[in-house]
Design a protein around this ligand. Structure first.
Ligand SMILES: Nc1ncnc2c1ncn2[C@@H]1O[C@H](COP(=O)(O)OP(=O)(O)OP(=O)(O)O)[C@@H](O)[C@H]1O
Ligand SMILES: [Mg+2]
Length: 479
């Protein structure tokens, strides 16, 4: 309802070399890096100098020692710098954070300075507190040379210091939705100056768990803002919803148009019974321990908070001291745990719920173990993506039980796309249950595995002390 000053969003000055490239050369480059673009986008750049970033940005890139832009950066930077709305889908660990942070810095430096009482120019929304803090680190590293101030707004920490940052004025806010809404309602900050909006892990941010909060925040931001959404996965269900928040956008996919995992990860699926998992984990840890270089880290994903506690205790008893993280721990403890895990040393194992599934970039994770299979192949892709970051490699394991049968077909597609060996037992399970549904073509239920509780005497297992089934609404789950 307020009178909006016009804004400038296009700051892209193409490098003459980039501009002169023939369509054939551009197509060839896109093909070689598996860049797929929907709608009109500028030519991709092929090295850092072609991005035409200002010196203060180039200096920080050089300091990192990166050799060349990743594919999503090569196509994402010119597109974002030219002010377009953008959906960027690229594998885990492929540098999406910098793909949106560097254009944010340029965008901010081309806006009028903040006045007293102004809110941020750029807003980055992320699903977890730890991810928000990690993004802040990147913003610190790359924004400090141009004196861009930022703050991280997230629940579970005292409001005072966050409020003081907001009152002083910051150009970038990196936030989880709940705490930001709280500050917006109190009037501690506002989004009237916000012209650059990022949803990191956008499919997660738009799913049922977050969507109402996202709507609430986005309706306070001017409609002609630039909106950028990023993830490694982009399921159909959120694509339509995303249209509500984007204008005439460019979509960039790297590698594949289907749901796909990072190909640097060796994926192993062990089809087993629920009751066998405990022993299998022990064997696996032992195997890894015997061959492991001392610095490599392991992350074990389980379904419930309670089970995180149980497994941490049990493996600890058997001589594998482990850290653990889930949503019922205090923020202090969560911060301590992640800091310790990042540092490495005595603790090289982290047991976690899906709170650690998305976006976290921890050096040295070589193994991801899905003790419990997640609720979707998207979640699986994000979880295993904690290894194989940047140009490193890693290995993932998944214990897949008869009660996970519904996911067999999707998992096989993910494995096939990544040219992984398919466990015949998994294929058998997928075939038995047909095309994803649990009804055959005569409309009768299939027999066998679909009985949810035929997965052995759960209550007898030392680790299955989760006291019954957890809400399986996927996105509603509280991790
Ligand atoms: N051009 C580059 N060359 C080499 N390494 C890079 C480059 N850009 C970023 N990186 C590094 O790659 C790692 C992964 O980056 P980032 O966390 O942004 O990945 P992501 O695509 O967001 O992954 P996820 O989907 O899991 O969130 C980081 O450690 C980052 O420093
Ligand atoms: Mg990321």
């Amino acid at each position: 309802m307020i009178n909006l000053q016009p804004i400038r969003k296009n700051f892209y000055v193409p490098h003459p070399v980039v501009q002169k490239r023939s369509q054939h050369e551009v197509d060839e480059y896109r093909r070689s890096r598996e860049i797929y673009v929907k709608n009109q986008a500028p030519n991709p750049i092929q090295n850092f100098s072609e991005a035409n970033f200002p010196d203060y940005v180039m200096d920080s890139i050089i300091k990192q020692g990166y050799e060349s832009p990743t594919a999503i950066q090569a196509q994402g930077w010119p597109t974002a710098l030219s002010g377009k709305d953008l959906v960027g889908i690229a594998k885990t660990g492929s540098g999406k954070t910098l793909a949106y942070i560097l254009p944010a810095i340029v965008h901010i430096n081309n806006q009028q300075q903040l006045s007293r009482g102004d809110g941020p120019i750029a807003l980055v929304l992320a699903p977890t507190r730890e991810l928000a803090q990690q993004i802040q680190e990147v913003a610190n590293e790359f924004g400090h040379s141009s004196y861009i101030r930022n703050t991280c707004i997230f629940g579970g920490s005292p409001k005072g210091p966050q409020a003081r940052d907001l009152e002083r004025g910051v150009e970038i806010i990196i936030a989880t939705p709940g705490r930001l809404i709280d500050f917006l309602q109190r009037g501690t900050t506002n989004l009237k100056r916000c012209t650059y909006l990022v949803l990191d892990e956008a499919d997660r941010m738009l799913d049922m768990g977050f969507e109402p909060q996202i709507r609430k925040i986005l309706e306070q931001i001017r409609p002609d803002r630039q909106t950028l959404m990023w993830s490694a996965t982009w399921p159909k269900e959120v694509q339509k919803l995303a249209n509500d928040f984007l204008n005439d956008f460019v979509q960039i996919n790297i590698g594949s148009l289907q749901t796909s995992a990072n190909h640097n990860i060796h994926q192993i699926v062990d089809v087993c019974q629920e009751t066998e998992k405990e022993q299998k984990l022990g064997t696996l840890l032992q195997e890894i321990g015997n061959t492991l270089d001392p610095d490599s880290k392991i992350i074990i994903f389980v379904e419930t908070k309670k089970k995180v506690e149980g497994i941490t205790r049990t493996i600890g008893k058997y001589g594998w001291p482990a850290l653990s993280i889930h949503g019922d721990k205090s923020q202090n403890e969560r911060d301590y745990v992640l800091r310790t895990f990042r540092t490495g040393g005595q603790y090289s194992i982290l047991v976690a719920t899906d709170v650690a599934a998305r976006g976290l970039d921890v050096d040295g994770i070589k193994y991801v173990i899905n003790y419990d299979y997640p609720h979707s192949s998207e979640d699986y892709i994000h979880r295993i993506g904690r290894t194989g970051r940047s140009d490193t490699t890693g290995t993932s394991y998944a214990f897949f039980t008869p009660s996970n049968y519904k996911h067999a077909k999707d998992l096989i597609s993910v494995l096939q796309e990544a040219k992984q060996t398919i466990n015949p037992k998994l294929s058998e399970m997928a075939n038995r249950f047909g095309l994803g549904g649990n009804r055959n073509r005569w409309g009768q239920n299939n027999g066998g595995y679909q009985h949810r509780n035929n997965n052995g005497p759960r209550q007898n297992s030392r680790w299955n002390n989760n006291g019954g089934s957890q809400a399986t609404y996927g996105s509603y789950k509280s991790y």
